[in-house]
Design a protein around this ligand. Structure first.
Ligand code: SF4
Length: 474
């Protein structure tokens, strides 16, 4: 086996752009997802090491010397961080010219040729389902015999055949062993999850076809391929033992609740383990399933509402009716399930009126917390192609984040400018959070525990800094 380093490269300070973040940007408050997409192949390569530079606060100077300790380095990249990640690869290669460097992630899966030719320091890029691809390379197999990669021979591009889609998800070893070996749970924060939390996947892919959504259209696919409930429960039992300090586990599958009977079966196993857990859900889960999950430790659902306008939901192929989302929110409220709702400004069909409609909708269904993002046309998505065709991209959509790593709008419409959408994010947050009832909710939450008080005060300062920065820029 080659000595292998799996690296989430350093980039913008506090950049949540790693191998577990769907939309790579610096958040309003300090946030990091676990680098699960790197932990999966790391679990297949004995004696490897996973380094998550942004979450650990490591700079390029900190990671550069590591190059000499390894023969193979796998860097997870993204569209917003690609140029910065190339500079990291070049620094590693300068330090150790014999190091074999490979890139993984949705960006290189979508544009393998352009990615591998971006620098002489990138030896290969691996496309979808790269877990066993990396294992085979680490075993020393010649690149010509490894499915799923693109590399260069004498300046000529070689695309090997695609890696077969992985259906036996139980064949992936537990990531929690890698987390234990290489990561520090206290490094990972998500504003709406208890701290410390831990995230992992129980499957890949999402059957929905939302036009903006990156992973199902690139690395995950539209079939929800799942681990067996027994496999998940076994890992959770291990995780509980390995990480007694973890207060909440998060199943970050695209739409964990798509397979309801499986979700209920896993929930019952989790109930027996006595863990607190949360997951992603579409706003269409029936009351009965919600109840089974709640009765077995479910605390929170992360729900992508996206918009409060039905036509926009049609435009983005969300497959969701507003009245169903409303009923779902009521059911969660009745059951005491906390909701973190996510919304997007600037989806096709957006106008000043629909932004207003969405703000009113968010206040009406009243999730405990919200996230408001700007529409992000990632290469590889239907939305990106649609934006190119209709001339919506600003500056060819080259930039998805600005200098500090915060998201910028890279779409504009004849009737709605980039600046208006940018400003709408801060307006949305203010109108949602600066309400007496919401302030009372959050104050009550803070008063329940000293840890929560300290945390919310820190996040409050970060959030106000974010809002002020927006006002200065707009
Ligand atoms: S339901 Fe969620 S995860 Fe699935 S395609 Fe739509 S936005 Fe993406």
């Amino acid at each position: 086996m080659m000595k292998t380093l799996f690296l989430n490269p350093p980039s913008f300070e506090g950049f949540d752009g790693g191998a577990g973040s769907r939309y790579q940007a610096k958040r309003e408050i300090r946030s990091f997802w676990y680098p699960t997409w790197l932990a999966q192949p790391a679990a297949l390569v004995p004696d490897s090491r996973l380094v998550d530079a942004p979450a650990r606060g490591l700079s390029l100077d900190d990671v550069r010397p590591m190059a000499c300790d390894y023969e193979l380095a796998i860097l997870h990249t993204s569209t917003p961080s690609f140029h910065s990640d190339v500079r990291v690869a070049e620094a590693l290669k300068t330090e150790n010219p014999k190091l074999l460097v490979g890139f993984v992630g949705a960006h290189v899966a979508v544009s393998p040729g352009a990615s591998v030719t971006a620098s002489d320091s990138i030896d290969f890029v691996a496309g979808n389902e790269f877990d066993f691809t990396i294992k085979e390379i680490a075993e020393g197999r010649p690149l010509s015999e490894v499915d799923g990669i693109t590399y260069k021979v004498d300046g000529r591009l070689v695309h090997n055949r695609n890696r077969a889609v992985l259906h036996d998800m139980d064949s992936l070893p537990f990531v929690t062993d890698v987390y234990k070996r290489d990561l520090v749970p206290e490094d990972y924060f998500i504003g709406y999850l208890l701290h410390p939390y831990m995230s992992l996947y129980t499957g890949r892919g999402c059957k929905s076809r939302c036009t903006f959504c990156l992973w199902p259209q690139t690395i995950g696919g539209h079939t929800y391929r799942t681990r067996t409930p027994e496999h998940v429960i076994e890992e959770m039992a291990l995780a509980k033992e390995l990480f007694p300090q973890v207060k909440e586990f998060f199943f970050d599958d695209d739409t964990y609740t798509d397979d309801r009977s499986r979700a209920e079966k896993i929930a019952r196993g989790l109930g027996e383990l006595g863990v607190t857990w949360s997951c992603n859900a579409k706003a269409n889960v029936p009351y009965e399933t919600l109840k089974v999950m709640r009765d077995n430790g479910l605390r929170l659902l992360l729900v992508g509402y996206e918009s409060g306008n039905q036509q926009i939901l049609h435009n983005i192929k969300k497959g969701m009716r507003i009245e169903v989302a409303r009923r779902f929110a009521e059911d969660c409220q009745k059951l005491g399930i906390t909701i973190h709702g996510t919304f997007i400004i600037g989806l096709p069909g957006e106008t000043r009126e629909t932004i207003e409609e969405t703000i009113c909708f968010a206040k009406e269904i009243d999730p405990h917390t919200i996230q408001v993002s700007l529409v992000a046309p990632y290469p590889g998505t239907y939305l990106y192609d649609q934006a190119v065709k209709n001339g919506w991209l600003v500056d060819d959509g080259k930039e998805l984040v600005q200098g500090e790593g915060f998201q910028i709008s890279s779409l504009a419409y004849p009737h709605l400018s980039q600046e208006e959408m940018f400003e709408a994010v801060a307006v949305f947050y203010k109108r949602f959070y600066f309400r007496p009832r919401k302030i009372a909710d959050i104050t009550l939450e803070m008063l329940k525990s000293w840890d929560m008080l300290k945390r919310r005060l820190r996040e409050g300062v970060e959030f106000m800094h974010f809002l002020n920065a927006r006002e200065i820029q707009s």
